[in-house]
Design a protein around this ligand. Structure first.
Ligand code: ADP
Length: 294
């Protein structure tokens, strides 16, 4: 199984004529509540890709319908606790031109600690993978506990922050970053220098750098594997990375053929950018099969 220690956010999306100004009160012309969070998106992508996925996290007890949604996607939510803390959530203003302004509150996502980590990893097996992003608490301990139990660890440091630099990198088996995260974490700007950095500083791990419509590069055993992106009409690139990660790990954890898994992940994420929205844009495995057969 893939054990995803991941955020679950409630996205409150307000359509507005313009972003609210200091001291101003404006009426929103439309309101939607959507399930979000990189963690939840990645679990949904993993499940869509056919992986057995267990989501570890916390939401407020009044938001249990979001847990039900994840269960409906086929995700094992026995370790997704309903608690008193407010759910992680985002207040999102969207203007007619499609620009957004976001206030994010970590809430219950930031209340994951030793107890939850130990409990979720208690029955884990060495054939399992642990996956986590940078939207939940207890990261250092999650990485260390997983390593101690000889469980492989995939880490997606998104959104990137300074604190990622002090995590126990030696516990990470697979690092997945986009170009911006790759640059920030390495302190390098040019792609060649970035790649050189990961080749030398992260030789203990496999590293995937996603490059948007330029595709993806994977560093594995001193080799560089490059796979092109598929050419599609991009409508909305939200959750492209999450779709990529879910589809990649689902395939890679089953057959470990890196190039094939990268290609499938590129196909799934290309399909996701042709659709608006986050979780709603993650394709089903059948659609990915059809796209690849073309
Ligand atoms: P993130 O969404 O985390 O910023 P990227 O933008 O690197 O990540 O996208 C992840 C993957 O999604 C890319 O490696 C690529 O395969 C696919 N992808 C992203 N944007 C496009 C696009 N415009 N056309 C085709 N594929 C895309």
């Amino acid at each position: 199984a893939i054990i995803n220690f991941g955020s679950v956010n409630i996205d409150h999306v307000y359509q507005v004529d313009h972003f609210v100004q200091p001291g101003e009160t404006i009426a929103s012309t439309n309101y939607q509540q959507l399930l979000g969070g990189k963690g939840a998106n990645q679990s949904i992508a993993l499940a869509a890709a056919g992986a057995e996925v267990r989501h570890v996290g916390k939401v407020n007890q009044s938001d249990s319908s979001f847990k039900q949604t994840l269960i409906k996607h086929g995700i094992d939510c026995q370790f997704l606790q309903c608690v008193e803390a407010p759910s992680g959530h985002a207040i999102i203003q969207v203007t007619p031109s499609g620009e957004n302004a976001i206030v994010l509150f970590g809430g219950a996502n930031q209340e994951i600690g030793s107890k939850e980590i130990m409990h979720a990893l208690d029955k884990a097996r060495p054939s399992d993978w642990v996956l986590t992003q940078n939207e939940t608490s207890g990261l250092a301990e999650t990485l260390q506990q997983a390593k101690q139990k000889h469980i492989k660890v995939a880490f997606n440091p998104a959104p990137m922050s300074e604190s990622v630099k002090s995590l126990p990198h030696e516990c990470i088996d697979l690092l997945i970053v986009n170009e911006v995260e790759a640059a920030e974490l390495s302190g390098e700007q040019e792609l060649d220098a970035i790649i050189e950095h990961y080749k030398t500083q992260w030789s203990h791990a496999e590293v995937i750098i996603t490059l948007g419509k330029a595709g993806v590069i994977m560093l594995k055993n001193q080799q560089t594997i490059q796979v092109d992106a598929f050419v599609v009409d991009a409508v909305d690139t939200t959750a492209a990375g999450d779709t990529f990660i879910g589809y990649f790990l689902a395939a890679y954890s089953q057959h470990a053929d890196a190039r094939q898994a990268l290609k499938r992940a590129c196909a799934a994420s290309a399909l996701s950018v042709t659709q608006a929205g986050a979780a709603q844009s993650i394709p089903e495995a059948k659609e990915v099969d059809r796209f690849l057969a073309k």
